[in-house]
Design a protein around this ligand. Structure first.
Ligand code: NPG
Length: 368
């Protein structure tokens, strides 16, 4: 495929409710969409970087700049581009995985559309629908948390994930367990908010029968994760620390985790995410699909990824209405706690162009 143009479009997407984590509150997303036009087809990718560098070092203005100045020009200079050629072509630019992932995904979407093949078929999806969980932010009170969890349980979500931080951990987890019972699949996510001094609070969560504790410590602190993993029965899951298949294998071998959250943006793309899936499968470590508040464009690919065999826990692949009053694709609607895996060519969704226009803040078009 020869690329003829790459469009970088910024859209503003208000969230239906504020989402508070240990690193801040989000009330809307500033989404960077990558749209590639080739001589054969077109494709879309969504960049998951946040507005500020508080979850990872990447942030949306930075991804925009590195795409415009370094990544897109490298691809536009190639006589023939395939999704598999993207990472090697961009390899001399270090890091910037979220930016690279968005570009690779757009190329992959275009390539699969040109071949009439769905992404699920391409990667070997083994399910037609996937089990969905939901991530619940830090609430203003335990009562409000219980209300929100109740709504999601009622909606049919198959697993609840509570965001935690030191001081918002033992009490909310106990309250959710007491209210919804021991059978509710429940897990927690700390987004690196703990350290050795607050670690005893995590040990105190061991009695609540959680599926896992996600990323309690700093992303570069595998040792502290391995120490906690040896002390408690609850599984440790890593998110922020795992940026590649190699990092996944190393973390497992060091005993730092026994479950991994896969997010394509963090790994530099879906192709590396499949390799993470494969290496974890070989090591006997289950994975699940994380989320970054994606619109329908990013969600479609996540749902297909979650249909690989070693995605053995429900993902943060919630329905569109968990995030947005109006999605920019046909909405993903929960059916009995599941979402259907898209089957149309490419990522399997079409952006609603009229709506996209009305949400657009800027467009930059780059050509060879
Ligand atoms: O449902 O998409 C979703 C959100 C799931 O909690 C979620 N994501 O740390 O995993 C996370 C968290 C997150 C959201 C991280 C936005 C960064 C940005």
């Amino acid at each position: 495929m020869k690329l003829q143009a790459v469009e970088l479009r910024r859209i503003a997407m208000p969230l239906v409710r504020p989402f508070r984590t240990s690193f801040g509150v989000q009330t809307s997303r500033d989404v960077l969409l990558v749209h590639v036009v080739s001589d054969e087809s077109e494709g879309w990718g969504e960049c998951v970087a946040l507005a500020a560098p508080v979850y990872s070092s990447e942030y949306v203005d930075g991804t925009h700049s590195v795409l415009r100045d370094y990544l897109v020009p490298r691809l536009l200079a190639q006589p023939d581009v395939t999704a598999r050629s993207v990472a090697p072509t961009l390899a001399d630019v270090l890091g910037h995985r979220m930016a690279k992932a968005a570009l690779e995904t757009a190329v992959l979407d275009a390539e699969l559309r040109a071949h009439g093949m769905s992404f699920g078929t391409y990667i070997g999806a083994v399910r037609t629908e996937v089990e969905c969980g939901v991530s619940v932010g830090i609430a203003e009170s335990v009562d409000l948390l219980l209300e929100e969890v109740g709504e999601y349980v009622e909606a049919g979500y198959r697993r609840i994930k509570l965001k935690i931080e030191p001081g918002w951990d033992i009490d909310p987890v106990r309250a959710v367990r007491e209210t919804f019972g021991a059978d509710l699949p429940l897990q927690v996510d700390a987004n690196t908010a703990y350290d050795a001094s607050t670690s005893p609070r995590l040990e105190a969560l061991d009695e609540f029968g959680l599926l896992l504790i996600e990323q309690p410590f700093a992303e570069d602190d595998l040792h502290q994760h391995a120490v906690l993993a040896r002390r408690i029965r609850t599984s440790i899951c890593l998110d922020e620390s795992i940026v590649s298949a190699r990092a996944a294998a190393d973390a497992v071998r060091l005993g730092a985790c026994s479950i991994i959250n896969v997010k394509a943006g963090r790994m530099g793309g879906y192709l590396e995410s499949v390799r993470v899936h494969d290496v974890c499968d070989a090591l006997g470590v289950p994975v699940w699909c994380g989320g970054m508040l994606e619109t329908g464009i990013g969600r479609a690919a996540n749902v297909a990824l979650a249909a690989l065999p070693n995605f053995r826990l429900p993902g943060d692949t919630s329905a569109s209405d968990r995030y947005y009053a109006e999605d920019i694709t046909e909405p993903f609607v929960l059916q009995d706690g599941m979402l259907p895996v898209p089957t149309s060519p490419g990522m399997g969704v079409e952006p609603r162009l009229d709506l996209l226009e009305s949400l657009t803040q800027s467009i930059e078009t780059l050509r060879p």
